[in-house]
Design a binder for this molecule. Structure first.
Ligand code: GTP
Ligand code: MG
Length: 429
């Protein structure tokens, strides 16, 4: 008889009752203890213009003073700065990373402002994926730097969202959990704030920007999350300064006309933000990052690398098969490239050969031409030489004739003189 191998079908499961205490009801406690001893990681990305109150809000949220120095307004581009801290509350350790967008909104051309942010988020996903793909993985003690929450600081203009806000949020919404907040909300009047909030939400919807949805599927948090969602985007005020209110000290901002209390829900939504971000949904933000955003990155990346779950006949594709297919594809491409290179080389050699032949032909022609002109010149010189020789001969002949005439004339002259002398002598005698 054949024995079924693999996973049992669901209808193979039978419900059995236990007749005594076994102890696996301690599993949730074991899980809590393990997680507590391991510690947690949480990473926040603060996106907002220079001086909008990012550092102050972080200090206020975590009741501490993180390192930060104010950015200048003359950064050539947007750059991301990450700092990690170890925090402890009761026996829970939290490795917190705060990432700041330095220089955001300060450039004249803001077209590429979102790019460094997207690249940073992707780089953290890539680092995690590389760790997952290692043969010897150590995800257990891996410092997870993936961004769990992105606080998007909206300027308190009371007007509407800037195009930079919409573009940036749109580029980030499939990669990170965006929580929009109105910064420095103490600068907006109460009646204007309500209108501003609805304007922002309708602009986000009409531009298809997906912000983080507080989960409402779990009973314990469904009600609070549903109530809080109505208040989005949270209008926050940050301050670490303590002001005496009644007989208590409270974090507040003091103005000549009054005091804005950070933790007073009638003054701002700071408490709501802290409740949603830290006290109720921190674990959901971590989970959404892993199961939604990272999963999407991983899927796209693996598909890009040629991995598939099924082959064209919808049969499961094993890793081995994918590797073989990819290897063959790569070898095929390599062979093609090699052939192309060889052909190119042969063509280049032929071209060079033709060029050399052409040059040789030119040289021959030039040589022939030179030879011909040389012969012509030589002939001309010989003709000239002949002419000159003839002239010389004639001249010699003429010279000889002249000399003959001259000597004959001299002879005749001397005979005459002798005759005259003889005549003279004869007359004397
Ligand atoms: P950079 O890191 O330089 O980009 O600035 P930042 O966004 O971290 O702003 P930061 O927290 O340094 O605050 C800048 C100024 O705004 C400081 O003077 C803060 O006191 C003030 N500020 C911060 N939060 C608030 C707020 O909620 N309301 C008002 N009115 N002022 C605030
Ligand atoms: Mg700062």
């Amino acid at each position: 008889m054949a024995v079924a191998v693999g996973r049992p079908a669901n209808d193979d499961l039978r419900n059995l009752s236990l007749s005594g205490h076994v102890g696996f009801d301690s599993l949730p406690d074991q899980l809590v203890n393990k997680s507590t001893s391991q510690g947690f990681c949480f990473n926040i990305l603060c996106v907002g213009e220079t001086g909008i109150g990012k550092s102050t809000l972080m200090d206020t949220l975590f009741n501490t003073k993180f390192e930060s120095e104010p950015a200048t307004h003359n950064e050539p581009g947007v750059r991301l700065k990450a700092r990690s801290y170890e925090l402890q509350e009761s026996n829970v350790r939290l490795k917190l990373t705060i990432v700041d967008t330095v220089g955001f909104g300060d450039q004249i051309n803001k077209d590429d402002s979102y790019k460094p942010i997207v690249e940073y988020i992707d780089a953290q996903f890539e680092a995690y994926l590389q760790e997952e793909l290692k043969i010897k993985r150590s995800l257990f003690n891996y410092h997870d730097t993936r961004i769990h929450a992105c606080l998007y600081f909206i300027a308190p203009t009371g007007h509407s969202l800037k195009s930079l806000d919409l573009v940036t949020m749109k580029k980030l919404d499939s990669k990170v959990n965006i929580i929009p907040i109105i910064a420095k909300a103490d600068t907006i009047a109460k009646n204007e704030l309500h209108k501003f909030k609805s304007k922002i939400m309708s602009e986000l919807v009409s531009n298809g920007v997906q912000i983080y949805q507080f989960p409402t599927d779990e009973e314990t948090v469904a009600e609070i999350n549903a109530t809080m969602s109505v208040h989005l985007p949270f209008a926050v005020v940050g301050s670490t300064e303590e002001v005496k209110i009644g007989n208590k000290m409270a974090k507040a901002r003091q103005y000549p006309w009054g005091v804005v209390q950070v933790e007073n829900e009638n003054h701002c939504d700071f408490v709501k933000l802290r409740e949603m971000l830290i006290r109720v949904n921190m674990e959901d933000l971590r989970e959404q990052t892993h199961t939604r955003h990272y999963e999407l990155y991983r899927r796209c990346k693996l598909e890009e690398m040629g991995f598939k779950d099924t082959d064209p006949d919808s049969k499961p594709f094993s890793l081995q098969e994918t590797y073989e297919a990819k290897r063959n594809e790569f070898l095929g491409e390599l062979q093609k490239k090699e052939d192309e290179m060889r052909q190119m080389f042969v063509m280049r050699v032929k071209e060079k050969e033709a060029e050399l032949k052409e040059a040789e032909k030119d040289l021959h022609e030039k040589f022939d031409h030179l030879k011909r002109t040389h012969q012509e010149e030589k002939k001309k010189v010989e003709d000239k030489k002949k002419e000159l020789e003839e002239e010389l001969n004639n001249f010699q002949k003429k010279k000889a004739a002249a000399q003959l005439l001259q000597s004959q004339a001299q002879q005749a002259g001397s005979q005459q003189t002798k005759k005259d002398k003889d005549k003279k002598n004869a007359s004397f005698t």
